[in-house]
Design a protein around this ligand. Structure first.
Ligand code: F6R
Length: 260
């Protein structure tokens, strides 16, 4: 696990966008794993700007969302299919048919989850997974006590996560209780995962994820077992880390050739 502490969300977004650009230039049909929520927005903005500047071409890129609300039609403004389209894919030249989200309106949810896993496998697996972390320590919507080996399935959101996400809706009553999410085992199959966390409200989850035990009570801690996990933090999200000085020293002295 590499921990990188940068100045602010814009610097993080630019650094992650640079890594995505390098990947897509090296592998034009790369498979991206996309998170929604606030954390990746500066990255998506930076990627859109790099696309406009002609630095990266997404025409062969495939993309898979991490999760989707159950029961929100795909044209609902807060469905993750729509959020990803609005915040990212509509601003670059990813083909709409290459962007996949779990089907939150499926009548047979287990079959939709199995189909999603199959589609990811058929695409060759995720090359670069962008993640955020919830205040509960979730990644995707794998809430505390999720199986560390789980695959794509339906989950029930904690009340804390519903409260956290109420800012995107008119009231908490409109936040769905259920979601389809890639499992922790699914996320762990990605070849490179990059988790972005900013703000003081993430500091405790970030500490538990990086410096706590690997435990289902903090699902993000499974990333300690990932061979290539990059954790990108701003100063506030890093404020509860015991070894923050060590992470800063390591990054300051990182050999240039290593990249992200
Ligand atoms: C979103 C997702 C969630 C969010 C997390 C943090 O697709 O899977 O795990 O990344 O809830 O959300 P923000 O970034 O809004 O704080």
């Amino acid at each position: 696990m590499e921990v990188i502490i940068l100045r602010d969300r814009e610097e993080i977004g630019d650094r992650v966008a640079q890594a995505v650009q390098e990947l897509v230039n090296r592998k034009p049909d790369a498979v991206l794993g996309l998170a929604t929520g606030s954390s990746p927005l500066p990255t998506y903005d930076a990627l859109a700007s790099r696309y406009r500047d002609g630095l990266v071409d997404f025409s062969r890129v495939r993309a898979f969302a991490l999760d989707e609300y159950v029961g929100l039609p795909s044209d609902h403004p807060e469905s993750y299919r729509e959020v990803i389209r609005r915040e990212f894919t509509s601003k670059v030249n990813v083909l709409p048919e290459n962007v996949h989200t779990p089907d939150g309106m499926a009548t047979d949810i287990p079959a939709a989850c199995a189909a999603y896993e199959e589609a990811m496998t058929a695409a060759g697996g995720v090359d670069f997974q962008i993640l955020g972390v919830g205040t509960t320590g979730h990644i995707g919507f794998n809430e505390p006590t999720s199986s560390l080996a789980s695959r794509t399935r339906i989950k029930t959101l904690t009340e804390q996560t519903r409260r956290d996400n109420a800012r995107f809706f008119e009231s908490i009553d409109q936040v769905p209780h259920h979601v389809i999410t890639q499992g922790l085992g699914t996320i762990m199959d990605a070849r490179h995962v990059t988790l972005i966390a900013t703000g003081a409200n993430k500091a405790e989850a970030v500490h538990n994820m990086i410096e706590g035990p690997v435990a289902a009570m903090c699902p993000a801690s499974i990333l300690q077992m990932h061979p290539h996990a990059t954790i990108m933090l701003d100063q506030a999200a890093a404020s509860a880390l015991q070894l923050a000085d060590y992470y800063r020293h390591t990054y300051d002295n990182k050999p240039e050739w290593q990249g992200l």
